[in-house]
Design a protein around this ligand. Structure first.
Ligand SMILES: [Zn+2]
Length: 101
């Protein structure tokens, strides 16, 4: 007897030994479908993160090259805080390295 599986995409019965439906070329293996969905979700998240990052960078650049004094001030303050943050971060990394020996 042929090992048949019902395609989740088109609902037709197709050869279960293959990973894709013979009618609509969709994946029929649930684990493969899950993996595919996860990959797609990861890609979307990465794209969203990238877009977010670009927006933030654009905003920073706008502040940096703006003629308005308060934009420059804000950018300066942001820069100082970022440097302090990095200093604290590197201090903790140093501390952890020392403590763990
Ligand atoms: Zn199908």
């Amino acid at each position: 007897m042929l090992n048949e599986k019902k395609c989740p995409a088109c609902g037709k019965w197709t050869d279960g030994s293959k990973s894709r439906c013979a009618f609509c070329d969709s994946l029929i293996d649930p684990t493969l479908i899950a993996a595919e969905n996860r990959k797609k979700r990861d890609e979307e998240t990465r794209k969203k993160e990238l877009a977010e990052e670009n927006r933030f960078e654009r905003y920073l650049r706008k502040l940096q090259y703006s003629d308005k004094w308060y934009h420059k001030l804000f950018f300066g303050i942001l820069n100082v805080f970022f440097n302090i943050y990095m200093a604290i971060l590197s201090f903790f990394i140093w501390l952890i390295t020392i403590v763990s020996g």
